[in-house]
Design a protein around this ligand. Structure first.
Ligand code: GLC
Length: 421
């Protein structure tokens, strides 16, 4: 077997191993359920293994959709002692049980890619038709409940909602969240070296928020008014913007077209406000702190995500492409999640430095859209080199390429199949 064939076989094997029957766990042990944005990325990988199975990944995730349209960040399809906080902590009634927050909504974009690349067109059409009303309800939920004042930017209430859990961008906001005082037992440290995971102090605040949502009856108005963690996450907003653009396109392909007027207005509104988050000195976009009503001055890879949502001007895109090249000089093994020049940069600690393959892919996709194919290709080569060197880890030290976190990771394998191999 050639090296390439071997890498492909390994990636496919990881998806099969992590398949628990219609849904794929991110990795066994550490993350034993179905996660929202992992499911989207992983479905893309299934396209290269078993096309019908790619569609099932969405079907299973939407089993957890709430009546208000929200698609939760975790769907607890079965019990497991490997993870904390589980369903008994979130206390969301429903079958299957779920968490009470969401994650970056990239599902519509993944559905579009899979639909366009599918070979079984009848199946793809049937699946698209069935998924459309669910996706539309999900996107409408974001704008209705997470931007009730129609500012053009949706709010996030938990670092986990960003998918970039312990990013230094959240440090100051998280300081305003009290530390929970009740005892609890983390399970992640049974699986991964504590140096590569968030700190206890952060976990105390994460768990406080879990309790806070429940104590506020999951009521979006109460949470919007009172949540001590309240941000406008630039990456999540970019993923939503791109997702809605793709959803509007998918509507033209569906057998029955829906009325997209309100979603079109949301896209236009977001387009108006993205420029307010551009930072002319840092050459990227910034997250926003809702309580202080100002941008959060920390350079993270999320700040390049407006490339992926087509929300930058050509001049901004060129400045971001140049900035990315500089980050790649300092950390050549994929794009660092936090700028290597930030004092909070930590090469192995989760979202404080490591590079993540799906982020590299989305940013490369945006770079290509703006004609920066050379930088996109540099990112692709860098990403490919790390899997050749280290295999399919959860994330990678951007300086040495060393694999960190969980092993045999589904979205890493999926992105490799879709983008690298
Ligand atoms: C971590 C990551 C998040 C991911 C989840 C499952 O919480 O920060 O982005 O979705 O693990 O892989």
């Amino acid at each position: 077997m050639s090296k390439l064939e071997n890498l492909v076989a390994q990636a496919k094997g990881i998806l099969r191993t992590n398949d628990l029957g219609g849904y794929t766990v991110p990795t066994k042990g550490l993350y034993p359920f179905q996660w929202n944005w992992d499911a989207g990325v992983t479905a893309l990988g299934w396209l290269y293994v078993d096309e019908a199975r790619a569609w099932t990944e969405f079907d299973k995730l939407f089993e957890g959709q709430w009546d208000n349209g929200m698609v939760p960040h975790i769907v607890f399809h079965q019990e497991s002692d490997d993870y904390f906080p589980g369903p008994d902590q979130w206390k969301v009634e429903g079958n299957p049980p779920t968490t009470s927050i969401s994650q970056p909504p990239l599902l519509a974009t993944m559905v579009r890619i899979i639909y366009e690349q599918s070979k079984d067109k009848d199946l793809a059409q049937a699946k698209l038709d069935a998924l459309m009303p669910k996706l539309i309800r999900y996107h409408e939920w974001w704008y209705r409940e997470r931007d009730p004042e129609t500012t053009g930017l949706v709010s996030s209430y938990h670092p986990w909602e960003s998918g970039m859990d312990n990013s230094p961008a959240w440090d100051d906001v998280l300081q305003r969240v009290p530390q929970v005082t009740r005892p609890y037992q983390r399970r992640d440290l049974n699986h991964v070296d504590s140096k590569q995971r968030p700190l206890k102090e952060q976990y105390d605040r994460y768990i406080y928020l879990v309790d806070f949502f429940r104590e506020n009856d999951f009521d979006y108005q109460k949470i919007y008014q009172n949540c001590p963690f309240h941000t406008q996450d630039i990456s999540l907003n970019a993923v939503l913007q791109r997702g809605t653009i793709d959803l509007i396109h998918l509507n033209t392909l569906a057998s029955v077209a829906a009325d997209m007027t309100s979603l079109e207005a949301s896209v236009a509104k977001a387009e108006e406000v993205f420029p307010s988050l551009w930072d002319a000195e840092r050459h990227l976009f910034l997250n926003r702190d809702q309580a202080l009503e100002k941008a959060i001055p920390v350079s993270t890879s999320g700040g390049f995500m407006p490339l992926y949502s087509y929300s930058a001007t050509p001049e901004q895109a060129a400045l971001m492409a140049a900035e990315i090249k500089e980050w790649l000089v300092l950390g050549p093994s994929g794009l660092a999640s936090t700028s290597p020049l930030e004092s909070t940069f930590d090469a192995k600690r989760y979202w404080r430095g490591p590079s993540w393959l799906h982020i590299n892919w989305m940013i490369a996709d945006g770079l290509k859209h703006y004609g920066h194919d050379d930088v996109a290709e540099q990112l692709r080569q860098a990403s490919r080199a790390i899997i050749e060197q280290s295999g399919y880890f959860e994330y990678f030290d951007p300086i040495t390429g060393e694999g960190c976190g969980g092993k045999d990771f589904s979205w890493t394998a999926a992105i490799a199949l879709h983008w690298l191999l």
